[in-house]
Write a protein that binds this ligand. Structure first.
Ligand code: ZN
Length: 394
């Protein structure tokens, strides 16, 4: 957001006020044992939770202010999936996609809980059920939500901060962007974006293809199935995934092979880990393509968790774990506010103790050449690869 739109300097005092009140709402939500929470609850929402409380006639100015702040909070608040038992699939905000945070798949009139979509041991998304229940746009996001081994309780998180903790700054930004999009036509931005696409130095037919792909107007399996030209929306190459535009262009195993031959292959990250003894000899290595799309940070945590699980499974006694710097720092700090990754980090902490790791140290990706080779293998494959050497011991 440009400075002229008020990112800095809090030019719109009314919106700043709303963000400040949203912060009070966040405090109330985060600490139900506080005196403020208990006083407000007794008076205004005795029978419901804070998020569903309503304005009553003749209520105080303070409560009206809280509700105004809450209306902003609700625009960026969503559930972080733990065991899924507190979240209603079609009625609650839990899909990490603004602006509604709810599935776009029409509600079949169900009150089912997200826990119904999760296998318990090990905790994994039920892919078949999710394929049957959701439109592809929802499915791809759902299977990219990381799950915790400990299956802890669901919790509320603020979508617009990496930490998941509400801040006045991000609340103000959100309020301002809502106001701008309501008052100023977005068409000028959209026009600017399209003109940048048209000005790319590409052959005209490639530009047209990019334009059609952005509009989801390419004959993908899913589009042909919608028009009843094909019987099934599945990809003809891998035969397992729904062939959306993004699947056929980026995520299919065949598409990955093509990207793997280009300099853009580093867009795609796969967890790959190796376990070495104190002389540097590799004892075990694993690469596993992910079923969803993850940020670089979360991908790093998932890789590390896979590695520790591998060590646990084969009773390797690991003393030193080497991980990417972005993965190592949250593990050594006591900061538990890691947004979507906090569950995985807590799994990792448990596993670290179980396999006997006494030191976590950073390693640059280029230092971990075996892991990189395995990532390349996973990149062009849809299968898990495991390599074990039992000829030596730790
Ligand atoms: Zn495919």
């Amino acid at each position: 957001m440009p400075k002229s739109h008020g990112e800095l300097g809090f030019k719109d005092l009314s919106l700043f006020n709303q963000a400040f009140l949203a912060k009070q709402g966040w405090r109330v939500l985060s600490d139900p044992s506080s005196i403020v929470f208990r006083l407000l609850k007794a008076k205004y929402f005795n029978n419901v939770d804070f998020l569903r409380a309503s304005l009553s006639s003749g209520c105080s100015h303070i409560w009206r202010s809280f509700m105004w702040g809450r209306s902003l909070l609700l625009k960026g608040l969503r559930w972080k999936v733990g065991d899924g038992s507190s979240i209603r699939i079609f009625k609650d905000q839990w899909i990490p996609r603004p602006s509604t945070f709810k599935p776009i798949t029409p509600n079949p009139g169900s009150d089912s809980l997200v826990s119904a979509l999760i296998d318990v041991d090990p905790p994994e998304w039920k892919l078949d059920l999710i394929n049957q229940t959701f439109l592809p746009a929802d499915k791809e996001i759902i299977i990219s939500i990381p799950l915790s081994f400990s299956g802890g309780p669901d919790s509320l998180t603020w979508h617009f901060e990496k930490s998941g903790v509400f801040s006045v700054k991000s609340g103000y930004k959100l309020a301002l962007s809502e106001k701008l999009s309501a008052s100023v036509s977005n068409s000028s931005n959209i026009r600017k974006w399209w003109s940048s696409v048209w000005n790319l130095n590409l052959p005209p037919k490639v530009r047209i293809f990019v334009w059609r792909a952005c509009l989801n107007a390419i004959p993908s399996g899913f589009n042909l199935w919608k028009r009843k030209i094909m019987d099934r929306p599945l990809c003809l190459w891998c035969k397992t995934m729904v062939n959306t535009a993004s699947h056929s262009l980026f995520w299919c195993s065949q598409a990955r092979k093509v990207w793997g031959c280009t300099r853009f292959d580093s867009f795609f990250d796969f967890p790959s880990v190796s376990i070495r003894n104190d002389k540097g000899k590799v004892l075990a290595a694993l690469s596993r393509p992910l079923t969803g799309l993850f940020s670089f940070d979360i991908g790093g945590f998932l890789a590390f968790r896979e590695g520790l699980l591998l060590a646990k499974l084969h009773n390797f006694n690991v003393h030193i774990a080497e991980v990417a710097p972005s993965t190592a720092s949250p593990l050594v700090s006591l900061d538990s506010a890691l947004g979507g990754a906090s569950f995985i980090v807590s799994d990792i902490r448990t596993l670290l103790a179980e396999v006997g790791v006494c030191k976590c140290q950073s390693i640059t990706p280029s230092g971990n050449t075996l892991a990189l080779k395995l990532a390349a293998m996973a990149f062009s494959s849809v299968r898990e690869s495991l390599w074990l050497d039992f000829s030596s011991s730790l």
